[in-house]
Design a protein around this ligand. Sequence first.
Ligand SMILES: [Zn+2]
Length: 334
Amino acid sequence: MALMTGAPVDGWPEFTARTRLLVVAPHPDDETLATGLLLQQVLAAGGEVRILLLTAGGNNPWPQRVLERRWRIGAEDRRRWARRRAAELQQALATLGIAPNALQTLDWPDLGVTELLLRDTGLAVDAVRDAIDRFSPDLLAVPSLHDRHPDHSAAHVLVRLALVGHAAPPELLAYLVHGHAADRRSRPISPTPAQLAGKRAALQAHRSQLALSGRRLRRLAEREETFLEPDDPSPSVPTALPWRPPRWLGPWLRLDVVSPAATQRWTWRRAPLRRGADGALHMPLPAAGRAQPCFVRLWLDLRTPWIFDHWGWCRMDVAEPASFPGVAPQDRPG
Ligand SMILES: [Zn+2]
């Protein structure tokens, strides 16, 4: 009767008093939307939970304009908004039964996690590794690499890099807030009615977010709470990128590669890409990319109000970088 007890089912480890769950949340409200039930279940079993909040969520101009009735949003306004969201988060955590000291905040720039990852890789990875080492979780809930919000996908890359060489890495549970899981295998949580009510009540605490996006957020919160297996690189075509951007976008396309060895950023012209006989773009990884895991990001260097990723990241580990069948070296990506 898993449905009645809220016990984990379908491949879940049994939660006990020894379970230690760390949730990496890019923004206040992700903890509730993505893991509101999971957190309650671990606590119900007597386990311990921690939330690692990456940003204070201060860069949120449209709800702020509406709720504060002001058009111009400056730095001080963003700090005030962040304080408001911090108070909402504390209330949400209390509703879920989580003590205030279970929250650790890194205070990174909202909508700036990708830039931080690419510019200060070592610093950012160290901060995440430090949080993991201090709590020693056996379960680690992280945003999916395929989440369309750039702070979320970058958080995934940071966690994966932070776990490189870890003696006893925790089990990773990937969650998706923005976007679709496609055909990836997932494990749903079976909640009790009380846990469902607790998640709804926790979402109500995030009033600043409900003001403009209440319907969307309630729909997200009502979805089955489910966790994906962190994806591994495609074994069949290890050097092929999963994207085929139109050629005319070339001047604005950028390619970034992040691995434990290095972070590298290219314009499309200079990117180490070859068009293969199959029409796909192949990346004979440069030396720095051979360290694993290796994450590749394709993006458009255009200023738009649209914050979500079109292509985003993929994982691409190449064990043997010497041979790339079907790749014509003279073809530049167009
Ligand atoms: Zn978020």
